[in-house]
Design a protein around this ligand. Structure first.
Ligand code: NAP
Length: 221
């Protein structure tokens, strides 16, 4: 597992560094939650295909490290999707000139029984997983529609990161599942509204996923 992972990792870094022409040359991708885990690795994969990256999260040091690493144009945007969704999008477009791909990945998973749960944890999941995603998406739509007009790809993309928990509720995942099934429902409506205007809406529903950092070290993130 580690050997295969190392090979994939090496190739991804090589493509990013050598700037081989990729399918996403000339595009800009905004990735929320890019400071760790799936978002971090997604940003690297998009950059490897030539996209300029707007990397969003609250841990600026991690975002700076990522932008230093990707080898394409990019900007680290320190921000909270809950309170600064629109600001984050405007900053990305202001710095990088356009927006072709939005990856709504920022999320929190706080598991535990419903009885006696700390309701603050529920609030946090609802805010980040649902309200944050909605706000960023709302602000991004006009820019994505505009990008379609000038993109050589002739499409733009919204990629929403949900979870298998959005389909299957288990003991201890009640509120997390609620937020992720909500992301699925919203994505379906949005797809019906935007596909005919060439903005594609994708829903990713991962099971347990190890990030590159977790794969190559003893860190969990
Ligand atoms: N890993 C899995 O097994 C798995 C499985 C299914 C679904 N998912 C989903 O995949 C997504 C990523 O998960 P992950 O495991 O990669 O998580 P992670 O490593 O904990 O990363 C979460 C990211 O979200 C960002 N974030 C959290 N709150 C934020 C806020 N208020 N504003 C801006 N950014 C915020 C964090 O950045 P800062 O802390 O720097 O703000 C971090 O970069 C989540 O939506 C999760 O529900 C993960």
């Amino acid at each position: 597992m580690r050997a295969v992972g190392a090979e994939i990792d090496g190739l991804t870094r090589l493509y990013a560094r050598e700037r081989m022409p990729g399918k996403l040359e000339g595009t800009v991708a905004l990735v929320t939650g890019a400071s760790s885990g799936i978002g971090h690795d997604t940003a690297i994969a998009l950059a490897a295909q030539g996209a300029a990256i707007a990397a969003v999260g609250r841990r600026k040091d991690r975002l700076d490290e990522l932008i230093g690493e990707v080898g394409t144009k990019g900007v680290a945007i320190e921000g909270d999707v809950v309170r600064q969704g629109a600001e984050i999008v405007e900053r990305a477009v202001g710095e990088l000139g356009r927006l072709d791909i939005l990856v709504n990945n920022a999320g929190v998973m706080l598991l535990g029984p419903i009885e006696d749960a700390p309701v603050e944890e529920w609030r946090r999941m609802l805010e980040v997983n649902v309200s944050g995603l909605l706000e960023v998406t709302h602000a991004a739509i006009p820019h994505l529609l505009k990008a379609v007009e000038s993109s050589p790809r002739k499409v733009a993309d919204i990629v929403n990161v949900s979870s298998v928990a959005g389909r299957i509720s288990r003991e201890g995942s009640g509120v997390y599942s609620l937020t992720k099934s909500g992301v699925g429902a919203f994505s379906e409506s949005l797809r019906q509204e935007l596909t005919t205007r060439y903005v594609r809406v994708s829903l990713i529903e991962p099971g347990v996923t190890l990030s590159r950092r977790a794969l190559f070290s003893n860190h969990s993130r």
